[in-house]
Design a protein around this ligand. Structure first.
Ligand code: KIV
Length: 290
C-alpha cells in the first residue's frame, strides 16, 4: 500500500491557504481507488453518478443507498489515505432532516467516509445544518445538480443569467451559514465561480466545469479516462484513453483464444508423472465419471 499520509480537513484547508489547488476525482471501485491513492489524489467522491458510469442507467435517480454503501466501502479499502466523500443518493436526504442525518451516518459508520455531499441550496440548508451538528463534514452541491435534471431542463450550464447567478450566490451563502465546509459548483460560468470563491469564508469551493478560480477541481473519472461510452462532456479533459487501451487488449484476447495461441505453457500448471500414472491406475475400470 502507499506511503502517503492520510488527508485530513486541516490538510485541505492548508492547501487552500497556500494556494495549491485540491485534486478530486470520482471513483467507484477498489482497484481504481488504489491507483488514485497511489497518484496522490487528495479527495475521492463516490458519486451517485455510478448509476450511469457503472450500472448503465440514464440518470442517477435509480441509485440506492445499498449501491452506494457497497461501492463506497470498496473504494475506502483501496484508498485509505484520501479524503473520502460519499454522495447521498436520491431521496436519502430530501424527505427530512432526520432522514438525512441517518443516511449520512451510514456513510461514516459503514463505509469509513470523511464527509458526505448532497445537492441543493437554501431549501436543503436545514439538512446540511443537521448533518453538520451530528459531527459529519458536509459538502453542498450547486449549479447543475443531476438529481434535479428534470426540473433544470437537462444537463446544461446553470447561472448564465444574472438572476439565476444571484440565486446561486445566495444558495452558497446559505450552505456556508448552515455549516457546509465545502461547496461544489458544477457547470456554472467561470466568473460566477470566481465571485463565490472570493466571498467564501472558511469554506472550500470546488469546481467541475466551472473554470480555474475555485480552490480545486473535480472530474468524473470515466470522462477523464474515456471509459464512458455514451458521451464525453465538453467540461472534461481526457487525460488518457484507457478505453482504447482496454479495447485493444480485448481484441487481442479474443484473437488469441480463437487462434489457440493462448494459453501457453507458462499459463497452466502440470502434474508430477508419478501422480498422473497413479491417477490413470485409479481411473482404470472406473466408468462412473464418463
Ligand atoms: O455523482 C457525481 O459524481 C456527482 C458529480 C457529477 C459532481 O455528483
Amino acid at each position: 500500500m502507499s506511503e502517503r499520509k492520510k488527508m485530513t480537513l486541516p490538510g485541505l484547508y492548508a492547501k487552500v491557504a497556500e494556494g495549491t489547488p485540491i485534486t478530486w476525482l470520482t471513483c467507484y471501485d477498489y482497484p481504481t481507488a488504489y491507483l488514485q491513492d497511489q497518484a496522490g489524489v487528495d479527495m475521492i467522491l463516490v458519486g451517485d453518478s455510478l448509476g450511469m458510469t457503472m450500472l448503465g442507467f440514464d440518470s442517477t435517480l435509480p441509485v440506492t443507498m445499498e449501491d452506494m454503501v457497497r461501492h463506497t466501502a470498496a473504494v475506502r479499502r483501496g484508498a485509505p489515505n484520501v479524503w473520502l466523500v460519499g454522495d447521498m443518493p436520491y431521496m436519502t436526504y430530501q424527505p427530512s432532516v432526520e432522514t438525512a442525518i441517518r443516511h449520512a451516518g451510514r456513510f461514516m459508520a459503514e463505509c469509513g467516509c470523511d464527509a458526505v455531499k448532497l445537492e441543493g441550496g437554501v431549501e436543503m440548508a436545514d439538512r446540511v445544518a443537521g448533518i453538520a451538528r451530528a459531527g459529519i463534514p458536509v459538502i453542498g452541491h450547486l449549479g447543475l445538480t443531476p438529481q434535479s435534471v428534470s426540473a433544470l431542463g437537462g444537463f446544461k450550464l446553470q447561472g448564465k443569467g444574472a438572476a439565476q447567478a444571484k440565486k446561486i450566490v445566495d444558495d452558497a451563502k446559505a450552505l456556508q451559514e448552515a455549516g457546509a465546509f465545502c461547496i461544489l459548483l458544477e457547470l456554472v460560468p467561470d466568473r460566477l465561480c470566481q465571485i463565490i470563491t472570493e466571498r467564501a469564508q472558511h469554506c472550500i469551493i470546488m469546481g467541475l466545469g466551472s473554470g480555474p478560480h475555485a480552490h480545486g477541481q473535480l472530474l468524473i473519472y470515466h470522462d477523464a479516462f474515456a471509459l464512458y461510452p455514451k458521451f464525453k462532456p465538453r467540461m472534461a479533459k481526457v487525460f488518457a484513453d484507457a478505453g482504447a487501451v482496454i479495447r485493444e487488449g480485448l481484441n487481442g484476447y479474443v484473437k488469441e483464444v480463437t487462434a489457440k495461441t493462448f494459453p501457453t505453457q507458462e499459463n497452466w500448471f502440470g502434474m508430477p508423472d508419478a501422480e498422473f500414472a497413479e491417477l490413470e491406475k485409479l481411473l482404470k475400470g472406473d466408468t462412473s465419471g464418463r
